[in-house]
Ligand binder design. Sequence first.
Ligand code: GRF
Length: 194
Amino acid sequence: MRIVVLVSGSGSNLQAVIDAVAEGSLEGVEIAAVGADKHGTYGVERAAAAGYETFVVNFKDYAVRDEWNHALTAKCLSYAPDYVVSSGFMRIVGEEFVNAFDGTYLNTHPALLPSFPGAHGVRDALAYGVKVTGCTVHIADAGVDTGPILAQAAVEVLPGDTAESLHERIKVQERALLIRVLGQLAAGRDPRDG
Ligand code: GRF
């Protein structure tokens, strides 16, 4: 199962996937390439350090959003992936991309969707005062953190939590969840079956 992973930031979820592949605990998963929407991400650096092909389709280089979307779609398609994984990729992709990877574009989100979608899922959950939040891996569509849910994990909010401390605990679960889902998909299983 060939995957392209898209990142915008530190890429700690990506690193977990890289490590799992290296350890042989993600049998059948091949990282075809890692891409970013901007230069200088630690995620791309991590991928390059692990010897993977990397690319940047820099959002700021395109005057028109659809042109960026077209370039990203073409670049991802060039690797003929079975799945594209948005792992901390902070851009909403357009229709062309979603159609090209219909049902095969995965996203991880640090909240229990459909609650708290968007770029500040952890902060928003904390501000709302929920006692339990978590993370979601889902098939992404053209919306903001919408599309069929594949798997979720719950994380308790602790007294004194900040968005940072809570996000760190969520990310521990998020990495494990993403690896579990990828392993299941590679084995031909539907993660929704548990
Ligand atoms: C993850 O929690 C992801 O769901 C969110 O941002 C975080 C990315 O972390 N959108 P990293 O880049 O994998 O370290």
